[in-house]
Design a protein around this ligand. Structure first.
Ligand SMILES: [Zn+2]
Length: 253
């Protein structure tokens, strides 16, 4: 959003309340030395305008440098030594293999490396790069959703073989591996070190299995105690086949 730039003369011609309105409209946060003084409001607005111009002038595309961090198509975009974004290559995506992440969150994808670098530069200059991080929740939901299309095929100790029905790829998942980037073979995990959909699928699989184990089959005694309308068909069947042990009953009586 661009605002009109006020000259000192223009500001001096305004009333105190008009100055307060302008100050608020500009989103200024410069301290006003004396809130009853028109001159103080004028000074604050002028100071705010200067700080804005400075910010705009500070950002140019040339500030952004890209460094190959590991020789495996992983690049860091830096400004004054600070990482502002990362660009990586997703070998499993033929259409748009280059993706940009900000703090581990994917914010942009492209077929070309140079499109990704240009995008980062533009976003940096516009000051909007961090805004894309807000899509984080969205990305996570999508991963959870995508996990539903992953089938856990085999387990060998700590290793699981999973199958992605969508692209017919197989991956080995090691959920307990100490190194997060080694927990799955996919690019999502390997390059970004995030909990990918394959790991989520294995986690869901283990939780489901655990839930099955916890739901222990009730004993016949427990079934006899249940109100009859809570019994399932198979439980009815079990009760029908049940023959009370006379001797035990006699002892109990
Ligand atoms: Zn994975």
């Amino acid at each position: 959003m661009t605002h009109q730039l006020y000259t000192v003369e223009q500001l001096q011609a305004k009333s105190l309340s008009e100055l307060k309105t302008i100050y608020a409209q500009l989103g200024a946060s410069v301290e006003v030395a004396d809130k009853r003084s028109k001159a103080a409001w004028v000074n604050a607005i002028v100071a705010h305008q200067f700080s804005q111009i400075e910010k705009v002038e500070l950002r140019t595309e040339d500030d952004v440098t890209f460094t190959d961090i590991d020789g495996f198509y992983n690049f860091e975009a830096r400004v004054n030594g600070e990482v502002i974004a990362e660009i990586s290559h997703d070998a499993f995506n033929d259409e748009e293999p280059w993706y940009v992440t900000v703090s581990g969150v994917e914010v942009f994808r492209s077929s070309l490396w140079c499109e990704s670098t240009d995008w980062v530069k533009q976003q940096y200059v516009a000051g909007t790069l961090s805004k894309h991080q807000q899509s984080q929740v969205q990305v996570l939901t999508t991963r959870e959703e995508r996990a539903a299309t992953i089938e856990v095929l085999e387990q060998h100790g700590d290793e699981f073989v999973v199958h992605n029905c969508e692209n017919d790829h197989y991956y080995v998942v090691r959920p307990n591996h100490v190194e997060p980037k080694e927990r799955c073979e996919c690019a999502d995990c390997h390059y970004r070190g995030v909990k990918c959909k394959h790991q989520i699928a294995v986690e869901n699989y283990l939780v489901q299995r655990l839930e099955k184990l916890i739901t222990v089959t009730p004993s016949l005694d427990e079934l006899l105690d249940l109100p009859f309308d809570q019994l399932t068909a198979t439980e009815w069947e079990r009760l029908r086949e049940y023959e009370p042990d006379e001797s035990v009953e006699l002892v109990a009586a």
